[in-house]
Design a protein around this ligand. Structure first.
Ligand code: SF4
Ligand code: SF4
Length: 442
């Protein structure tokens, strides 16, 4: 380990507000079973960029043996927060709680350069605000529909931009007609459940077709769907980026909004949001007014694939003759433990053939805002995933998170692969509507 100076007074480098738990740190027995699934260890082979190394760095800081200097911080900035290390750990180390606490300590107690601050502020302030994302639609539409984007890309003008701006441009979604969902959509036929829908921020503005498909499928399966217009960002991005105070405020607003709805279940269709709302009990554990409400809310949250797995299928599935490569989103498979349900949902579509992508536990490089703040590592992981998809000869890639859709679309295009990427619920929706897959591209 280089350039990690000793803390002169041997006091913990962490402040007293929720430092990473010593109890969890001590559970790590240094066995290394987590190393082969850690994307950054796979890329660089460096111990300090592995889960075991990062836990050791936390221990050194907690013991006052090191300061949180820039080198120490860099090993946490490169962690994707993908949680692949958690199911791989035989000792049950809850790395998710450790990294969340460490990131909050870093953001409170260590300086960032002016450029970094500006970039993080821009991302977190805009991508958590559906109103601001909505205002970006018109300039983006002009950029895309006038052919300006194609010209800029063809002339290589983006090469003159800083890497992080290049990464942002490469990830721009192709804008489509915006579909809105009603605040209340009645069930088709006899009502089986009354469910709420978390609309997401990026999902609401740039993947509105996914929300619309989710509502149609839920209604067809006998659910009355409540999608409150007043709902705010759930706080997933700030929570994963160590901005604890902002995450707490957004979590409280989300709880308050859904408390008005009297729903049995709150459905999520963006894995990053789903993993975040399930952690509200932990996030608000100290708040006497919200702790119990947060636990109750979190207990109601389910990914769309989990809810549909619980309900006996009622709507008729029409055949879709497609070979589908299924990409597990990390925040679905590792953070929420949801792997079998989306596969079961897709397998229930007549004619659809599933293909497994090798190295399923390894992240595609999306990981919240990781591909915006660590573009080089994200690009390497995206390219690796695209190379694994190529031999599968899939017609479509399906996944369960808007961030993964953007990252995979960008990686596949960069690698000259034309395979489209959809949310898995769009495939089920197309099957229920009896529409061909091409209709999803409009
Ligand atoms: S969260 Fe992901 S990137 Fe971070 S240590 Fe665990 S496996 Fe590695
Ligand atoms: S698998 Fe668990 S116990 Fe083993 S090194 Fe990784 S975090 Fe520590």
């Amino acid at each position: 380990m280089n350039n990690l100076p000793t803390n002169s007074n041997n006091a913990s480098a962490f402040d007293a507000h929720h430092p990473p738990s010593n109890e969890i740190i001590e559970k790590c027995v240094h066995c290394g079973f987590c190393l082969p699934v850690c994307p950054t260890y796979v890329l660089w082979g460096q111990e300090m960029d592995s889960p075991r190394g990062r836990i050791y760095l936390m221990k050194l800081a907690a013991d006052g043996a090191v300061d949180m200097n820039s080198n120490w911080v860099s090993h946490f900035d490169t962690c994707l927060g993908c949680m692949a290390c958690m199911p791989a750990c035989p000792s049950g180390v809850d790395y998710g709680k450790l990294i969340e606490a460490t990131r909050a300590q870093i953001e409170r107690n260590t300086p960032r350069s002016a450029a970094e601050k500006f970039h993080r502020h821009f991302v977190l302030e805009n991508f958590t605000r559906p109103d601001r994302l909505h205002r970006m639609r018109l300039p983006l539409l002009v950029y895309q529909k006038t052919g300006l984007q194609a010209v800029v890309r063809a002339l290589g003008l983006l090469n003159f931009l800083p890497r992080k701006l290049q990464a942002m441009e490469a990830l721009l979604p192709k804008l489509r007609r915006r579909e809105t969902v009603a605040e209340v959509t009645p069930a088709v036929g006899a009502k089986r459940r009354r469910v709420g829908l978390l609309l997401g921020c990026v999902q609401r503005e740039f993947f509105s077709q996914v929300n619309a498909a989710t509502v149609r499928v839920l209604a067809a399966e006998g659910c009355e769907v409540v999608a409150p217009k007043a709902q705010s960002c759930c706080g997933a991005l700030p929570a994963h980026a160590g901005e604890e105070a902002a995450a707490v405020q957004l979590a409280k607003k989300t709880i308050e909004t859904f408390e008005q709805t009297n729903v049995d279940t709150v459905v999520t269709n963006a894995a990053g949001c789903g993993s975040s709302v399930r952690e509200y009990g932990h996030l608000l554990r100290d708040d006497p007014l919200y702790a119990e409400r947060a636990r109750q809310f979190a207990a109601k949250c389910k990914d769309i694939s989990e809810l549909l797995a619980e309900l006996q299928p009622r709507a008729k599935r029409q055949p879709l003759k497609l070979r589908v490569a299924f990409h597990d989103s990390c925040h679905l498979q590792h953070a929420q433990g949801v792997r079998s349900q989306p596969r079961a949902l897709l397998s229930g579509i007549p004619g659809l053939e599933l293909a497994e992508i090798p190295e399923a536990p390894i992240c595609c490089g999306s990981a919240g805002i990781f591909n915006l703040v660590q573009p080089d590592a994200a690009r390497s992981l995206g390219d690796r995933k695209a190379e694994l998809i190529a031999p599968l000869n899939a017609d479509v890639v399906a996944t369960g998170n808007p961030g993964c859709i953007l990252q995979m679309q960008s990686a596949l295009a960069r690698n000259n692969q034309k395979t489209p990427v959809f949310h898995f619920i769009q495939l089920l929706d197309a099957s229920l509507l009896g529409k061909p897959i091409d209709s999803l591209r409009r």
